[in-house]
Design a protein around this ligand. Structure first.
Ligand SMILES: [Zn+2]
Length: 157
C-alpha cells in the first residue's frame, strides 16, 4: 500500500490538544453542522475527520468513552459494524472510490491520536490519490474542503 501524503496534518500534530475528550464533547454541543457530525445512531455517531487523509475520511465513534473495541457492549459493537457498512455504501455512491482503508488504532503506540476513546476510520481511496491531495492540500483549503464534503454527504444518511 502506498502511503498517503497529507502535509496539512502537521498542523494537527503540532497544535495544542484541548483538555478532556473531543469525541465526548462534540456530540454534546448540539452543533452538528459546525462539528461535521453526519449521523447519530443510538449507540454511535459519524463525524468527518477535520484533518482527513483523503476527502470523505469518516470516523465512527461510540458515545461511550471507552478505549477499546473489546470494551463495547454487544449492542454497541453490532451498531458500530452496521454503521460502517452504511458509510461504505454512502461513500461508494457519493465519491466512487476504488478502495477503502478501514481500521482502528488502539493505543498511542499504534498511532491513535485520541487514544482513550475508541473510533473506527474509513478512508476512501482512489487510484493515484497519493498524488491528488497535495493539489488541494494547503492547510488553508482543508477546512473548506471538509465543509464541502459535509454538504455532499449529510443528506445521504
Ligand atoms: Zn471520550
Amino acid at each position: 500500500m502506498e502511503q498517503i501524503w497529507a502535509p496539512w496534518r502537521m498542523q494537527y500534530i503540532r497544535m495544542e490538544k484541548p483538555e478532556g475528550c473531543i469525541l465526548c464533547d462534540k456530540p454534546g454541543e448540539k452543533k452538528d453542522t459546525d462539528n461535521f457530525i453526519l449521523y447519530r445512531g443510538k449507540k454511535n455517531f459519524v463525524m468527518l475527520n477535520t484533518f482527513p487523509y483523503n476527502p470523505g475520511h469518516l470516523l465512527i465513534i461510540p458515545y461511550r468513552h471507552v478505549p477499546g473495541l473489546d470494551d463495547l457492549t454487544k449492542e454497541e459493537a453490532a451498531e458500530h459494524a452496521e454503521i460502517i457498512k452504511k458509510c461504505i455504501r454512502i461513500l461508494k455512491n457519493a465519491f466512487n472510490p476504488t478502495g477503502f482503508n478501514i481500521g482502528v488504532n488502539m493505543g498511542r503506540v499504534a498511532g491513535a491520536g485520541i487514544a482513550d476513546h475508541v473510533h473506527s476510520h474509513i478512508v476512501p481511496r482512489w487510484q493515484g490519490d497519493t498524488n491528488f491531495m497535495p493539489v488541494v492540500g494547503c492547510a488553508r483549503v482543508i477546512p473548506e474542503a471538509v465543509a464541502d464534503t459535509y454538504e455532499r454527504l449529510k443528506d445521504k444518511f
